[in-house]
Ligand binder design. Structure first.
Ligand SMILES: Nc1ncnc2c1ncn2[C@@H]1O[C@H](COP(=O)(O)OP(=O)(O)OP(=O)(O)O)[C@@H](O)[C@H]1O
Ligand SMILES: [Mg+2]
Length: 664
């Protein structure tokens, strides 16, 4: 037991003790030497032992752990027992998370969340605020080691400390900017000693970059990352061992990747402190695997993620969190930062610089045969590694890594969509609304309509005044706007599946004649659904959900078979209706900022009517109703042979046709 089957030496199986992982493992080897496969073998073995893992996947080839190898003959030919593959599939769940994107399971982070510090001691608190501040300033382009960087870091840590003490909840960077713009006197006094007005303006300007475009998505799109969700613990426990693969390629810049990694490692570190091993208990609770770690542990600089990683390597062992890292360039990492790692897998390394990094270790472990071993390393074949294990009887041995129980190929962003099961999307994508979920007392909160001119004090209606007071204040209200992403030049491609074709070949009988851009008005209705659970359906759990209605007919929007349909009633619990949640990111905009003739909306919406209608249909409490403009292309399609024309409207985000839309 507790033995990981990792490969063979001349047909004899090679095992590694689970305990080795507790003191961390590093895998080095040139590109193509088989590092990722070797680490995935370790991952499979850990999963078989019930150890949940968080995995950073920079190249998209770890995500394929989600695809088990189904060819039993192939497995058998590689010396693997297909029953074990079955055991792996039955007991493991692989989740692929995509930061800032809905291609996989969208994962978001809120670095301004300070609830957890309440339980920390003063030193950890200080460290936490300074690490968070450093992380943020690096993301917005400060050099953390410069004077500017250092003072900005102090400003932010001071403000964070203040927020934690006063229990001020910052739910976005916009909130932080507001606070910085108008700092309370007590904080201002400290802050003004550290930086002047101009530096403060500069900081605010830079922070604004985090509130727009793709950056914003990292913080606001997706399930808010927690270690419990990533490891499948607590309320996320399904009885299976969870492998959470964080697919880094959906982030566009290296800074974003570093930021994300630093944040998750910090979460893991905080989680460890709260979950120590019980009374001298030994063993592993969880593991972290980072492939191609070099950019995150540079030799000279000290980016925030390097600090978090070093801290993790140092402390994780006593909390039973094992780390597994791989790199093709051991010469390019700060070697001191991995001093805590005890076991090494060395594949083919060719450059002098890389070889020199491991030489001393090999010499100290096998003084007599070091020179011979060093000569072997450049010629090691794919999948062939030296195992340097301080505990093994033979400290250094050469072995062939076993083949995988799962496929090994690169999963592209576009393939992700098909790989995520509806169950997971249901659980984590829909639940993304939980980020902005109302506090538990929300059910008693009055219905709100947003108002632009008084952002702090939305027009609030009480239950009694609801009916007289439900109308919009036409001039000052805001609307939600969805940006279009389907450009006219790509329309032909998007329309292709919806055109008539000759039966047996792919020649389209229709063509796009012209297209006109427009916004289609919808209502976004935010509500709480009373989900009844348990055998007698007595347990009620309030689930935040959104529904989208056609503005004029109040029919409900549903996405079905790559089309958007509007139906008067969908006989399904509202949180199960597939709609725009997770697919779009509406932004509040002032009416006069939007190019739309609002007179087209006709009558004002009657919020009370919407509320009554939905509450009659479903067991929900409507909380908020917003007008949302959804971009569409009205296309004129012409038949190539008989010249007849028809109109087809597709949405300008996914390119799905709109069915049963109102044509008013
Ligand atoms: N244990 C093994 N047995 C047989 N073939 C292997 C083994 N490990 C790796 N290979 C072969 O080597 C190829 C490259 O392996 P892998 O992707 O693990 O390399 P890598 O070192 O991670 O490379 P990169 O630097 O490109 O990420 C695999 O696609 C596979 O064909
Ligand atoms: Mg690799």
């Amino acid at each position: 037991m507790n033995q990981l089957f990792i490969g063979e030496i001349e047909s004899n199986p090679v095992h590694l003790d689970l305990g080795n992982l507790q003191r961390h493992i590093a895998c080095f080897g040139a590109s193509g030497s088989g590092k990722t496969v070797a680490c995935k073998v370790l991952t499979e073995e850990l999963a078989l032992q019930g150890i949940p893992m968080i995995i950073f996947d920079p190249q998209g080839d770890i995500a394929s752990l989600i695809n088990p190898e189904t060819d039993d003959d192939l497995l058998a030919s590689k010396g693997l027992n297909p029953d074990i593959r079955q055991q792996f599939s039955a007991n493991t769940e692989v989740l692929i998370w995509t930061p800032g994107s809905s291609k996989g399971l969208p994962l978001s982070i809120n670095p301004l969340q300070f609830d957890q510090v309440q339980e920390m001691d003063a030193e950890d608190r200080l460290r936490f605020f300074s690490a968070t501040a450093k992380n943020v300033i690096e993301l917005i382009g400060y050099d953390a080691d410069s004077d500017d960087g250092k003072s900005t870091e102090s400003v932010l840590s001071t403000v964070f400390d203040y927020c934690a003490q006063k229990k001020i909840h910052l739910d976005s960077f916009a909130g932080l900017i507001d606070l910085l713009t108008d700092l309370p006197e007590s904080v201002n006094e400290i802050v003004s000693k550290i930086c002047d007005q101009r530096d403060m303006q500069e900081l605010i300007k830079k922070l604004r970059f985090l509130t727009i475009g793709s950056r914003k998505l990292i913080f606001e799109t997706g399930y808010p990352a927690t270690i419990d969700a990533l490891l499948g613990l607590g309320e996320h426990d399904t009885g299976k061992t969870r492998l959470s693969v964080i697919y880094l390629n959906t982030l566009s810049t290296q800074e974003e990747k570093e930021f994300f990694m630093a944040y998750i490692t910090q979460l893991l570190y905080n989680w460890m402190l709260q979950h120590p091993l019980q009374n001298g208990q030994d063993g592993l609770q969880a593991a972290l695997y980072i492939d191609e770690i070099a950019p995150y542990l540079p030799p000279v600089k000290m980016p925030s993620c390097k600090e978090s990683l070093m801290l993790l390597f140092k402390q994780a062992r006593k909390y039973g969190v094992g780390c597994l890292i791989a790199t093709q360039n051991p010469g390019d990492i700060d070697y001191k930062s991995i001093a805590q790692i005890s076991t090494y897998l060395i594949g083919s390394l060719k450059t002098k610089q890389d070889l020199s990094k491991i030489e001393t270790r090999i010499e100290s472990m096998a003084p007599a045969s070091a020179a011979e071993l060093m000569q072997k390393i450049p010629a090691l074949k794919k999948g062939s590694f030296l195992l340097l294990s301080p505990d093994g009887e033979k400290k250094i041995q050469q072995f062939q890594v076993r083949w995988l129980l799962t496929k090994h190929d690169v999963i592209s962003e576009d393939q992700l969509n098909m790989l995520i099961s509806d169950n997971w999307r249901e659980k984590y994508q829909k639940a993304k609304n939980a980020i902005k979920a109302a506090p538990p007392k929300a059910q008693q909160e009055p219905l709100q309509m947003k108002s632009m001119e008084q952002p702090e004090e939305p027009t609030v209606q009480t239950e009694q005044s609801e009916n007289d007071n439900m109308e919009f204040k036409q001039s000052n209200e805001e609307v939600l706007l969805v940006d279009f992403t389907l450009h006219e030049r790509n329309l032909n491609k998007a329309l292709k599946p919806h055109l008539e074709h000759k039966t047996l070949n792919l020649v389209a009988l229709e063509k796009l004649e012209s297209a006109r851009f427009d916004y289609y008005p919808l209502l976004k209705v935010k509500m709480l659904f009373n989900n009844k659970k348990g055998i007698f359906r007595k347990k009620v759990e309030q689930v935040p959900v959104n529904l989208y209605l056609d503005y004029k007919q109040l029919n409900i929007l549903m996405i079905d078979n790559k089309a958007m349909r509007f139906e008067a009633l969908i006989d399904m619990d509202p949180h199960k209706i597939d709609d725009l949640d997770g697919l779009i990111f509406p932004q509040p905009k002032k009416r006069d900022e939007v190019e739309y003739d609002f007179r087209k909306l006709g009558k004002r919406i009657d919020v009370a009517e919407v509320k009554t209608m939905l509450e009659r249909k479903y067991d929900v409490e409507v909380q908020e109703v917003d007008v949302m403009l959804y971009p569409v292309w009205h296309c004129m399609i012409q038949h190539k042979q008989n010249g007849t024309k028809r109109q087809l409207t597709v949405d300008a985000v996914m390119g799905y046709p709109l069915m049963n839309m109102n044509n008013e």
